[in-house]
Design a protein around this ligand. Structure first.
Ligand code: 5GP
Ligand code: MN
Length: 344
């Protein structure tokens, strides 16, 4: 793994994950004023990471704020994680933060309008697990093998000698259970962490069900409409197959991200397609697309060709144009992939 960095921390380039985690813990233990950022449209891993660290630091007596550039409010299902009320609007983020901590943001642009704080922060720490992360920030805790960013946050908290109470454990568990799709992609170490979090007081079902498994009744009719428009293109991606659906602006605005973002989990079950895509319209000519693969196509590379990024099995990108333009670009990115980039 290549590590770039050394911006403003005086710690220089870190050569291994262990060293980075030690450096991160030292930076955080000393910190008096910390700004933690999640990525735009924060999920449980991103906001859970920021809040777990934020709660620990606040209990140390540090001044702490957690924020993200958009949307204006915390996703409803993640509100219960913010037990200390640490989340503030982006307008309250200092122009030149003393210590800036970036959680689960695959690249600076994922911080949206707050990305410019990276240039002004006195020190910065990036914690992430995306394969497409190019490396940025002063201290870089970056491990694409980690199942979730919260796994890395857990290691940092342990290195800080920080006790993991139920409030912190709930934030970590929320990120872990969602990023591993209910522990299906979690390795042995992640299951051990989960056991520790349960021992710290997490009630698994109470944390997971509202975030992963709960929708308003009114959503089902709209989901039905979306599913009626699903298309299968068996020849796309050199015969690996693509299944796709789109959600018009009207529906994206009418429902919570919790609903809209769950559609791709239905599409990914289609046996005839290796790749599933959901195009979410967020502006007249702007589409946010979620990509999922069963593992044989690296959708992080597909997304990267289209200006986005992510993981091998889950990635995303934003594209301007008509729905047809997005699909054409997606088809061509899928076929541009070198066969070597696919697993047999
Ligand atoms: P989702 O489809 O759930 O929004 O995103 C799937 C994964 O891809 C997440 O890990 C997310 O962070 C990443 N991702 C989504 N959109 C983008 C993007 O525009 N750029 C990058 N670098 N990563 C993205
Ligand atoms: Mn994540």
């Amino acid at each position: 793994m290549t590590k770039r960095g050394g911006r403003g921390t005086g710690l220089g380039t870190t050569t291994s994950l262990e060293a980075a985690i030690t450096a991160a813990a030292e930076l955080l233990v000393r910190a008096r004023d910390v700004t933690l950022l999640a990525h735009v449209n924060p999920d449980a891993d991103s906001l859970g990471s920021a809040l777990a660290l934020g709660i620990a630091l606040r209990r140390h007596g540090a001044t702490v704020r957690v924020s993200f550039a958009s949307p204006a409010r915390v996703p409803e299902t993640l509100v219960p994680l913010d037990v200390l009320g640490l989340v503030v609007g982006p307008e309250q983020v200092p122009a030149a933060p003393e210590l800036l901590v970036l959680c689960d943001a695959a690249e600076p642009s994922r911080l949206g309008a707050l990305a410019n704080r990276l240039d002004c922060a006195e020190a910065s720490l990036m914690i992430d697990h995306h394969t497409t992360n190019p490396g940025y920030g002063g201290v870089q805790v970056l491990d694409p093998d980690a199942e979730a960013t919260v796994v890395l946050v857990h290691r940092v908290l342990v290195a800080m000698g920080e006790p993991i109470d139920a409030d912190i454990a709930r934030c970590l568990y929320a990120g872990l259970v969602t990023d591993t799709r209910g522990f299906r992609t979690a390795g042995e170490a992640a299951h051990r962490i989960a056991a520790d979090l349960l021992a710290a007081g997490v009630e698994a079902e109470a944390v997971a069900r509202p975030i992963m498994d709960t929708h308003p009744y009114g959503w089902l009719a709209t989901l039905g409409e979306v599913l009626q428009r699903v298309e299968l293109e068996p020849e796309a991606g050199d015969g690996f197959g693509l299944v796709h659906a789109s959600v018009p602006l009207e529906d994206v605005s009418r429902f919570r991200p919790e609903e809209v973002d769950s559609i791709v989990d239905v599409l990914r079950t289609v046996a005839e397609a290796e790749v599933a895509a959901v195009l979410k319209q967020v502006g007249q000519r702007r589409w946010v697309t979620s990509l999922r693969s069963k593992g044989r196509v690296d959708v992080a590379k597909v997304a990267a060709l289209l200006g986005g990024g992510g993981h091998r099995a889950a990635a995303g990108f934003t594209y301007d144009g008509t729905k047809g333009d997005v699909l054409a670009a997606l088809r061509s990115a899928l076929s541009a992939l070198d066969a070597v980039e696919r697993l047999a």
